[in-house]
Design a protein around this ligand. Structure first.
Ligand SMILES: [Zn+2]
Length: 283
């Protein structure tokens, strides 16, 4: 960083000590206090960012009427860094998808997002009471921040509620996809000093693969019976995701077929076609 200007040495500018942070000026005068604050911000750990991004959101359970609060992520507090070929967003500091499941601590009913959590029919209520509430013994204890394992447990609880509720296949497939992403992130986030590192890495890899396969199967079933948009995706975005899941599941013929629909489509955007070409090169 400090040698950003080393090219200028030949012109007589030796040892210019300017790094990326100092490259652009601030509108405000650089008073001592603000630079001290900036320094403090630089030294914040990922955990501190995560803590500050969270707040206690209040919910009311539509199944057992319990009032409870749960950690949720404030809007505008995440920083997107990159997106994987299967549409998984990677964020700086922490992974907000850990907090996407609403789980009632009293009856065990769980769902992804407020809309899905709130909407239960009388038949679904009956099924959930019999098959979730009746057996539920409480959520596992968690710390201030969710670990990947805390999140994965909640996603699996939501997946179970979805199956009991007889929710759409797309909803179940999307939960499986996000569980796969959590295993991927858990693997990438694991420090090498972790006990049984190699074994745990292998386990995460296997779980990720298994949940991607489930998501692929689930979206395959969904597209036979559901109308677009599916999980908020239009047909071309869906085909793109489905192509990548096919690729990751080893179904190369299906991946090619789906990519073909995008590349010849009149409605697919240029950006999506470009992304489809990237996957085609990976086949
Ligand atoms: Zn409840």
């Amino acid at each position: 960083m400090g040698d950003m200007f080393s090219d200028l040495e030949q012109m007589g500018f030796a040892n210019i000590a300017i790094d990326d942070d100092a490259l652009f000026g601030s509108d405000k005068p650089a008073a001592n206090k603000s630079s001290a604050q900036a320094k403090e911000q630089d030294e914040k750990s990922d955990q501190e960012y995560e803590q500050e991004a969270l707040f206690d959101k209040k919910y009311e359970c539509p199944l057992c009427d319990a009032k409870f609060s749960q950690k949720a992520v404030r809007t505008g507090k995440t920083r997107l860094v990159s997106t994987d070929t299967d549409l998984h967003h990677k964020f700086k500091y922490f992974d907000p998808i850990k907090y996407d499941i609403i789980a009632c601590p009293k009856c065990g009913y769980a769902a992804m997002g407020q809309k899905s959590f709130d909407s239960i029919s009388s038949l679904q209520r009956k099924l959930l009471k019999e098959q979730v509430q009746a057996s539920f013994k409480g959520l596992p204890a968690v710390g201030e921040l969710f670990t990947y394992d805390d999140a994965i447990v909640r996603y699996k609880l939501a997946l179970y509620s979805c199956i009991v509720k007889k929710s759409k296949n797309s909803e179940r497939a999307y939960l499986c996809l996000k569980i796969a992403w959590l295993y991927r992130d858990k693997k990438e986030d694991m420090p090498e000093t972790e006990e049984n590192y190699d074994e745990k890495q292998k386990k995460c890899e296997e779980e990720e693969k298994s949940y991607l396969q489930k998501a692929y199967n689930g979206f395959g079933a969904a597209v036979q019976a559901e109308m677009f948009p599916i999980c908020g995706m239009d047909e071309m975005t869906f085909n793109y995701l489905y192509a990548d899941l096919a690729r990751r599941s080893g179904d190369i013929d299906m991946a090619r077929k789906m990519l073909g629909t995008i590349l010849i489509s009149k409605t697919a955007t240029a950006a999506l076609k470009e992304k489809a070409r990237v996957i085609k090169d990976l086949l």
